[in-house]
Design a protein around this ligand. Sequence first.
Ligand code: CAA
Ligand code: NAD
Length: 300
Amino acid sequence: GLTRNFSNSTSLNAIKTVTVVGGGLMGSGIAQVAAQAGQNVNLIDLKPELLDTAQKSIQNNLHRVARKIHKDAPAKIEEYVKEASERIKVSTNLEDGTNADLIVEAIVEKLDVKQQLFNRLDQLCPEHTILASNTSSISINEIGAGIKRKNKFGGLHFFNPVPVMRLLEVIKSEQMSEETYQAMMEWGKSVGKTCITCKDTPGFVVNRLLGPYSAEALRMYERGDASKEDIDIGMKLGAGYPMGPLELSDYTGLDTNKFVLNVLYEKTGNPVFKSIPLLDKMVAEGKLGVKTGEGFYKYK
Ligand code: CAA
Ligand code: NAD
């Protein structure tokens, strides 16, 4: 199912307090699933208005979850939402989140900004705190290059929308300890995800495989082989995907799609990831998909 009840893990490594840094699309989802699992959550972002938006989106999505869990007892819906949302404390001050068992970073996809954050967290956090990045495309080892606790550091890569997608990729950094790895796997399970493990390789499992698929769909449309609707219907009805590749690109954001393809090309040299003029043009025009109201399709 979409949700799990309270974590019943009793191991010494059990993670009870989680800090999520970055309360955007991904961070708010990560905070939500941890709160649903009964954990105490700190959610940190740069400005109070960003935290307001995150809290509103979490409330909405908790309602969706609660309506499903308590479909026969509507009176319990508000209570569920209230309890889970009260477990999430928000702050613009990173220091309010440093006393946690696990910190998951979900800030902007820029290496230097992530490195700075991890270096600071490494200094501020108690020794036992595990640090993790939700990066889609940057090397985990590079992000953690400047920290001392390399044994307590790795990748926790979630998928959008976090409350719905059942996968978590646990990325092993070079010097991660077995204890840290086990704690991450256990935590992933506690928030209702199925965990898979991948070495620190470009795109990990899912984005490495989605990349060529998405790139070829874009080129197919660019060449005029088929209409965008037919490409999408093709993969939905012919391959059983919930969204077609162009719809998925709109959903993920064309800027993110382009960024991931560029990194994969840089890191692997595989021409399948080479830049696609149509994608570059649409990004330059600000047609980024759902979030800007227009991508391959129009959104109200
Ligand atoms: N929070 C909680 N519940 C949510 C939700 C959210 N944000 N969004 C949707 N839901 C729930 C709905 O309530 C609904 O539940 P029921 O079916 O139990 O009633 C269910 O999810 C389906 O939602 P909808 O009916 O609104 O829409 P849908 O059936 O079209 O599904 C979708 C939407 C889940 C997004 C589906 O289209 C899908 O799986 N798309 C593919 C998404 C995907 O591939 N994501 C990965 C992108 S790659 C990535 O994230 C990695 C990266 O690094 C870039
Ligand atoms: P987003 O832009 O929605 O959210 C990022 C948030 O981080 C913003 O609210 C921003 O204010 C905040 N932020 C930036 N710098 C910060 C700092 N120094 N301290 C605190 N907060 C800061 O982005 P997103 O889509 O949630 O992506 C976040 C991360 O997750 C990225 O690394 C991205 O690659 C990764 N990711 C994204 C997806 C996706 O589909 N969008 C999927 C998996 C992983």
